[in-house]
Design a protein around this ligand. Structure first.
Ligand code: GLN
Length: 487
């Protein structure tokens, strides 16, 4: 018999509907596995086992009374950047240690209303700044496929939890790749919705014009189910779009016959591992074999994405993080004179966060604003136009997620630029606000997973999910689970 934690979200829902399994049984199975393997993986900052069992018991009662909400009894992990009422929310920062929000992020509320069981808050890079989760000020999360390697970031706790079967699904957030990269590194599915599709209310801001929450799951169908619950207009977030959400479940099985798939030549560059390139090209050939029409396209401004992102995101971060000053938010380190207090308090940020604040305040300072921030915004428009032009001739874009598979812990921490280079293929879609998904497409020579990235026009998550589902169903990668050994 398969272990309960090996079931996909969709299979678990079916089993609960058939009364083959209760939500309490499923939740217990997860809590037992967390007890056994969390010491090796360190995916959670805060675990909420009592809350989980109470949620599960309520879910079973509700189901017995005929309730069939879309995520009823499904145990999930929430990235610790999302506010959770009565549960500590740290953003993996010492500056928010002990902070207990008085309200739920809209995403959390929607998942709760849909019946989720909350397992806990997942580890991440501090304030979501990073690509490996090594910037967490609490702990280093390990990749379930090889615990000497990183799980990717910044939603590395979420991805490691899902791949390691310490959660059935998770919420991540993506500002420049933080859902897609850890999903790729951990061999699972990560969906970054279009900017404005999912509410940012209660999502502690990093780059306000970029941040989006999305699902991290073991299958495309599971991602579609979570997305359906999470997406939609929210009057509490003025950047959330008041347009109908396409029914991604309804078209998921429509296949890719005749779908025009564009392959951007700028995404196959020197420095990419030959195995990654080979796996991604095989995946594209698979889409072609399924009836898609594959064409080469050009996104000419791709190479500016990295410099543009690393001006815009730090600039927005420096403004967003100004509130953590020990006066409004954050534990105050009292040092007598005001400026000393202020300096000591803000000294609690980790090195990467400080680096971003410095970069951002510099780019926004008088005399430099036009040269840096203003110019970056202009080039961002060109990057967005590249996508608009491409989507006049293709329906979906296929590309790699990262240049290589997961790297060893500690191998890039001394060189921030090396770490930033991990983001080259995920940043463009973030800057353009279009949706992207990472789907597992094989392994590299180190036996680490590789991801295929699909990108669709804004608000066409339906096309994205349809293409991703067709590819996934034609392959077996999503059926493979890592064998995690205890520490
Ligand atoms: N790696 C990128 C950064 O460090 C993206 C992070 C994210 O998407 N949150 O900023």
């Amino acid at each position: 018999m398969t272990a309960l934690t090996e079931l996909s979200l969709s299979a678990a829902l079916d089993a609960m509907r058939r009364k083959d399994m209760s939500a309490v049984e499923l939740t217990r199975a997860y809590l037992e596995r967390i007890d056994a393997l969390e010491p090796s993986l360190r995916a959670y900052i805060t675990m909420t086992p009592e809350r989980a069992l109470a949620d599960a018991a309520r879910a079973d009662e509700a189901r017995a009374a005929g309730d069939d909400r879309p995520l009823l009894g499904i145990p999930l992990a929430i990235k610790d950047v999302l506010s959770t009422r009565d549960i500590q929310t740290t953003c993996a920062s010492q500056i928010l240690k002990g902070y207990v929000p008085v309200y739920d992020a809209t995403v959390v509320k929607r998942l709760t209303d849909a019946g989720m069981v909350m397992l806990g808050k997942a580890n991440m890079d501090e304030f979501a700044m990073g690509s490996s989760t090594e910037n967490s000020s609490y702990q280093i999360t390990r990749n379930p496929w090889d615990t000497s390697r990183v799980p990717g970031g910044s939603s590395g706790g979420s991805a490691a939890a899902v791949a390691g079967q310490l959660a059935l699904g998770a919420v991540g957030t993506d500002t420049g790749g933080s859902i897609r990269t850890p999903a790729a590194f951990c061999g699972i599915v990560g969906l970054k919705p279009s900017y404005g599709r999912v509410s940012r209310y209660g999502l502690i801001a990093f780059g306000s014009s970029l941040d989006q929450a999305g699902p991290i799951t073991r299958t495309v169908e599971d991602a579609a189910r979570m997305f359906t619950v999470m997406a939609g207009h929210d009057p509490l977030d003025s950047t959330s779009m008041d347009t109908p959400v396409n029914d991604v479940m309804a078209t998921m099985r429509d296949g890719v016959k005749g779908l025009r798939v564009g392959v951007p030549k700028e995404y196959f560059i020197d420095g990419m591992s030959p195995e990654s390139e080979a796996r991604v090209r095989e995946a594209i050939a698979q889409l072609e074999a399924l009836g898609a029409k594959v064409v080469e396209i050009s996104l000419p401004h791709t190479r500016y994405s990295l410099p543009v992102y690393y001006i815009i995101a730090p600039a927005e971060a420096s403004a967003n993080l100004a509130r953590f000053d020990g006066i409004r938010f954050g534990p105050r380190l009292e040092k007598g004179e005001m400026w000393h207090t202020y300096k000591a308090t803000r000294g609690q940020f980790g090195p990467e966060v400080k680096r971003r604040i410095m970069l951002g305040t510099y780019a926004l300072s008088a005399g430099y604003y036009d040269a840096f921030y203003g110019k970056a915004q202009q080039v961002r428009t060109l990057i967005k136009r590249d996508f608009e032009r491409a989507f006049e001739t293709v329906d979906v874009i296929a590309a790699p997620v990262t240049p290589k598979g997961a790297f060893p812990i500690g191998s890039k921490t001394s060189d921030p630029l090396e770490m930033y280079l991990e983001d080259v293929f995920t940043l463009p879609a973030s800057l353009a606000g279009v949706p992207g998904i990472s789907v597992p497409c094989g392994f590299d020579d180190n036996h680490m997973p590789i991801g295929l990235q699909l990108i669709a026009p804004a608000f066409r998550e339906d096309v994205l999910i349809r293409a991703a589902y067709a590819y996934e169903q034609a392959t077996t990668w999503h059926t493979l689970l890592p064998r995690v050994t205890t520490a």
